[in-house]
Design a binder for this molecule. Sequence first.
Ligand code: NAD
Ligand code: DAU
Length: 362
Amino acid sequence: MADSRSPRRILITGGAGFIGSNFVYHWHKSYPGDRIVVLDALTYAGNRGTLAPLDASENFRFVEGDICDRSLIDELLKTEQIDTVAHFAAESHVDRSILGPGAFIQTNMVGTFTLLEAFRQHWINADKPDTYRFLHVSTDEVYGTLSDTDPAFSETTPYAPNSPYSASKAGSDHLVRAYFHTYGMPTLMTNCSNNYGPYHFPEKLVPLMCINMLLGKELPVYGDGQNIRDWLYVTDHCEAIATVIQKGAPGESYNVGGNNEVRNLDLVKILCGLMDELAPTHGVTLPTNPCESLITFVKDRPGHDQRYAIDANKIKTELGWEPSVTVEEGLRQTVEWYLTHQDWWQPLLSPAYREYYETAYS
Ligand code: NAD
Ligand code: DAU
């Protein structure tokens, strides 16, 4: 990225979560002169320790707080003279949205609305500078589901969300769109496919499988395992978001994907093979070997979307972004990361997490 840019003062919501924390590191490395303020409520999915190495940096500040807290946001925008918001904070797990949708409506819709209103006032108070940006991080799940032969989702695919999670994200996307069209506020949006990589909370498919292999626990595959997801290494997503902030046209949305469609069962088998191969090289004896023998088919997710696929042509042709990490390379690095960072994930297997796991998988 070019060096001629003016430094930004960026508020990153949800920066203690999976993608948010990777983005904080990515932005800090790319632009060490920029001010970074992280706002995160530290829900079960937020991890303060992930960002601890940045505490010594004078350009970094962590604030524990809720995106629904308007007065806190007003104060942060003003005192920190924020010109850019990268909005990651969300309830993000589809299975939890099925068990309890309320928190999803509150954070994803009311929280995003609160942020939009606060930023609109802040932007007006500053006389609407054309350098201000509000980037909303969204998902491909707002487009609904595809059959195995349908064309991939593009930015013009109609929204058809199927879970409380994706419906709450769709609602927030509509608000973001409206703030551009009604108020001219400089919003941007990204709709990305499934991410994987370091600092991913244990409840999601890739970390759950890696951790269960290390613990010798069953690998629960929903239904027949034939659902398809498109997988993108998390740092590629971070680079896409950074590119959109720097070069995206206000009011536009950009689909982001890895061009790596894999059936769930095939993905789990790849992870098993990598774990069998890599564990011994790190001195780890697996409780069960080969890992594939742990695969267990379990009850399907209600309303389980069959397939997601992304047409990422717009961000490629208009902004020059493309993924740089192959799925083979990325999955290998990820399995290695879970093998070598047990100190990061072990404490997350708390009594509350075990209770969730029992409820979700019993
Ligand atoms: P995550 O669940 O790992 O992290 C969410 C973070 O938001 C946590 O740190 C949590 O403490 C914080 N948070 C939750 N509610 C909050 C609130 N009310 N106020 C302040 N902070 C709050 O999520 P993730 O996987 O990193 O996803 C980040 C964003 O990217 C989400 O908006 C999600 O919809 C989107 N997204 C995720 C993926 C994916 O594959 N994980 C793909 C596309 C888009
Ligand atoms: O597509 C982007 C979305 O990807 C993001 O918006 C979400 O925040 C993120 O959580 C992710 O949603 P998915 O539902 O696709 O991810 P998850 O890891 O929960 O599941 C991936 C696939 O694996 C899905 O088809 C369900 C299946 N699965 C999941 C789990 C946790 C299983 O078969 N077994 C499991 O135990």
